[in-house]
Design a protein around this ligand. Structure first.
Ligand code: NAD
Length: 259
């Protein structure tokens, strides 16, 4: 059987450990014959991500803190120097201060608001603009969002505002980059137990609620998100851009919960 990403090169930003959604995406891209490149956020993660990179046969594992323009620039230079062209970029990155994911939203500080929006939304713009020249044949840029962008999810707070901005960025980028045949989409994933998710107060209650109430009566498996990422990266996704695709066991369609 032919593989969906044969001949395609996929750069994945956001692997921190083997539970990262980005790692599930890397595994699925490898399975489908894609050439995988990974980035990590600073020296602290380097060893772990290099080891995970070896597991998915990553041809390069490079540093990039997306809040630093110079590190995004260095990443581009390293890719250019290696003669890399990209078909797909996966942005699987978010951050907010822990206290902003537990105290009332109205107490969010100016600095905490700026930080969450910078890391979790603006970075998609910066990375897309920097990497587009490495996508001469067009391709797919993908980011990860969550229902908190459009509904109130307790404790998600400033991250919900950041995801709303991220989803708007997807639409504006899709419009501008479409002429270069670059498609830009988000997957809105159901809650998944990862390091980032553990920072959200009472996250296990969210998981229990989804398992009980979602149409599929279970939570989302990261492999399901990864398979949708493969679809979007592949020829099969060629008509899809500017979209937010829900991969959430159907939870987002529910109105009256528990009825
Ligand atoms: P994760 O903690 O494994 O991944 C988050 C990644 O963001 C880490 O690799 C971290 O290093 C990276 N990151 C944070 N700040 C960075 C910076 N300044 N520069 C570079 N990288 C930085 O958790 P995850 O759940 O896999 O999160 C991946 C994405 O999926 C995030 O955008 C998250 O909001 C989104 N998402 C997660 C869930 C969930 O329930 N886990 C649901 C929907 C969407």
């Amino acid at each position: 059987m032919s593989q969906l990403l044969e001949g395609k090169t996929v750069l994945i930003l956001g692997v921190a450990n083997k539970w990262s959604i980005a790692y599930a995406i890397a595994e699925a891209c490898k399975r489908e014959g894609g050439k995988v490149l990974l980035t990590y956020q600073g020296e602290r993660q380097q060893r772990t991500v290099e080891d995970l990179g070896a597991d998915v046969g990553a041809s390069m594992v490079l540093n990039c803190d997306v809040t630093r323009d110079e590190e995004i620039g260095t990443l581009v230079e390293q890719l250019k120097a290696a003669g890399v062209t990209l078909d797909c970029v996966v942005h699987s990155i978010a951050f907010a201060n822990r206290e902003d994911l537990s105290r009332p939203f109205q107490q969010t500080s100016r600095a905490g608001f700026g930080l969450a929006l910078d890391v979790s939304a603006y970075s998609l713009v910066a990375v897309s603009n920097a990497l587009a020249p490495l996508m001469p044949n067009g391709g797919s840029i993908l980011t990860l969002s969550y229902l908190g962008a459009v509904r109130v999810v307790p404790n998600y707070n400033v991250m919900g505002v950041a995801k709303a901005a991220l989803e708007a960025c997807v639409r504006y980028l899709a419009n501008e980059m479409g002429a270069a045949n670059i498609r830009v989409n988000a997957i809105s994933a159901g809650p998944i137990k990862t390091a980032s998710a553990r920072g959200i107060k009472d996250f296990s209650k969210v998981l229990d609620g989804v398992a009980a109430l979602a149409p599929l009566k279970r939570v989302t498996d990261p492999a399901e998100v990864a398979d949708t990422a493969v679809f979007l990266a592949s020829h099969l996704g060629r008509g899809v851009t500017g979209n937010v695709l829900y991969v959430d066991a159907g939870f987002q369609v529910m109105g009256l919960l528990g009825a």
